[in-house]
Write a protein that binds this ligand. Structure first.
Ligand SMILES: [Zn+2]
Ligand SMILES: [Zn+2]
Length: 277
């Protein structure tokens, strides 16, 4: 068990900075039950020689702070227990983990500072700490958690925006659009309709005509695109024709017969978003 007492803003920052997943088994975590693991165990603080040897083996400076975001990762309870105070060998895969922690440390720090200022979120965290693990949360409690959920929605990593929010094991929030996304992912087996890149986790749902200008949240107004083609489509670097050929890029859009793409949406995108070059 860790000696360092994490405050809720620190826990939240670790959780969000690392995609809300256990860094060891990559299973999704809920905020309440997430544990913060030290990549290099805290116990090293007491053994200076071993600490220095370990840091040197990883090519880290001796000033490396064991209690900092560079060493804190989100883990599930079983993984954290299994790992306990094992010191990793500097294998390539662990090197990647250490590097990832370092890369995300700045973002986590910034998040912590932002979060700490919000009183309503602190209240929600306290409620989360008290919330019983098995029992359903009451409607009142859910109302109290609302600021936290809205905040999480705003600050989470872009690739997580379409995923459900796991507040506790019994309280998960499905975004209304989740069903549509699942339907699209099924239709195209998680592949980008432009390039065929396949990844069920990072593939994105793209509104041909955005909701903000009256586009519909319907399959006929949606495409399944990889993050790159999503950005590029939204910027108007390419558009699609009624026969599903592509303007501005080589190739054709992959379309399954049961995906009836709206001609109105296509025309709208071509007229207002596509930038002829
Ligand atoms: Zn795990
Ligand atoms: Zn693509």
């Amino acid at each position: 068990m860790s000696n360092y007492k994490f405050n809720s803003a620190e826990r939240f920052a670790v959780y969000l900075a690392h995609s809300e997943k256990c860094y060891l088994c990559t299973e999704p975590l809920d905020l309440k039950n997430m544990q913060v693991d030290h990549i290099f165990p805290e116990s090293l603080i007491k053994d200076n020689q071993l600490l220095n040897e370990t840091l040197s083996a990883f090519g880290l400076p001796l000033s490396f702070n064991l209690n900092s975001y560079s060493n804190w990762m989100p883990a599930c309870a079983p993984c954290n227990r299994k790992k306990s105070s094992i010191i990793f060998k500097p294998t390539p895969i662990i090197q990647v983990v250490v590097q990832q922690a370092e890369l995300n440390a700045k973002r986590a720090e910034a998040l912590e500072k932002r979060t700490i200022r919000k009183k309503s979120i602190e209240k929600a965290f306290n409620l989360l700490q008290r919330a019983s693990e098995s029992g359903e949360l009451s409607d009142e409690q859910k109302l109290e958690l609302k600021p936290l959920i809205e905040y999480q929605e705003k600050v989470r990593l872009p690739e997580m925006k379409m995923e459900q929010i796991n507040v506790t094991p019994v309280y998960k929030i499905n975004r209304p659009s989740m069903k549509l996304r699942s339907a699209l992912v099924e239709m195209y087996d998680g592949r980008c309709q432009v390039c065929g890149y396949q990844n069920r986790n990072t593939i994105q749902m793209c509104h041909i005509k955005p909701l903000s200008v009256g586009g519909e949240a319907q399959l006929c107004n949606l495409l399944l695109l990889c993050p790159n083609h999503h950005v590029s489509f939204d910027k108007g670097q390419f558009s699609i024709n009624e026969d599903h050929s592509i303007n501005g890029l080589h190739g054709r859009l992959t379309i399954v017969s049961r995906h009836d793409v709206s001609v109105d949406s296509i025309r709208w995108h071509k007229k207002y978003i596509f930038r002829h070059s």
